[in-house]
Ligand binder design. Sequence first.
Ligand code: LLP
Length: 426
Amino acid sequence: MPTFERREGVLWAERVALDAIVAEVGSPVFVYSASMLRDRARAVKAAFDPIGAEVRYAVKANANLSVLRLMLEEGCGMDVVSGGELHRARAAGCPGGLICFAGVSKSEAELRSALGVETGEEPVGLINIESPSELRLLDRVARGAGVRASALLRVNPGVDARTHRYTTTGITDSKFGIEPEETVAIFERASEYPGVALLGLHAHIGSPIREPARYAAAAGRLGEIAARVRSKGVDVGVLNLGGGFAHGYGDDPVEPLEAYAHAVRQAIAEELERGTRILIEPGRVIAAGAGVLIVRAVHVKHNTHRSFALCDAGMNALARPALYEAEHRVEPVRTREGALAPIDIAGPLCESADFLARERTLPSIESGDLLAVFEAGAYGMSMASNYNDHPKPAEVLVDGDRWAVIRDRQTFEDMTRHDREPEWRS
Ligand code: LLP
């Protein structure tokens, strides 16, 4: 059964009509399919099983606790990039050992929390270190707490992911990771950091990576660096290859996951032979297609040259079109008869960038119509903001013929709660 399907003119998620959900919880609302989330997690695991990769779901793609619990049930660990995501992963029940902690500027408080210093929580399995300064800080924090942190060095492998410039992280001038020469040098000096067990290497070159060969090239670079480090007499037992597998937005064709796994297998054959532990950090490829954002076209306006559907959410709920000019498919929830006409799907914010879709050809939309924005399950809610003080949307999970609210819509009170009357100090 297709996940999002039109029946008698209405869009359904699994076996629940989307307009029935909106009738109860209002709009805007993100609706996720539990079956599809499970299927996608299984597809990733199956594709990478031949190389024995352990999956660490990238929490940043969709961080709702119910989604995280589904991922745990499917046997995924978690890749987190902040104290907040770490808190979420633990709150969802993820054992510390299954958590990888990345993040380009981790603070002392975040590292202490990762090691469970004050709380006595199970330390995270691996910390991906992004700079020599972070390594020194982690060493100090761990020694101070009388523990040894397990860590990888995140390498900037100098491989262009050939994706949007805002989501490219593996080129030499990006802020991410440590350069290869310095990485090798740090391993040679590993004994200077007795609080840190440097177990291996990490890379993540960007997202989405449309060419499996690019992903594999970065993996290959890790293999080369691992071999160089070993030649200095230091062991490297773990390679974390990162995430970034492409999802096919709209009709965009993408390579199957197996193609990435196959390319990796060839690129790091020696590592696999020697039994190096392999991790991957997929987010988008699991969650993107499993979610839709439902908005209401509050007003429809026809100017001389353009028509606009002015909706109750835009870049505040789904920032991707404004930020990356990403193209998400949009359809009316209830089929409209009539001629196709060009229309821009715009949000409510006072920003010209506030679009969900530009120049789409859709059957004539009328004020009050509900619209479904597809492929919004990843980097939708997790990037939503309160700009112009619009409350963040509700989130709903559908599972077969059942559905449940998994995050309440924010209230105005939620948004003002943390503002305070000044209590002047001097
Ligand atoms: N691991 C690390 C270290 C990452 O930085 C990311 C994503 C991932 C894994 C997961 O990548 P994925 O498998 O989801 O492609 N907001 C952008 C995407 C930014 C991704 C940032 N890092 C978007 O909406 O396209």
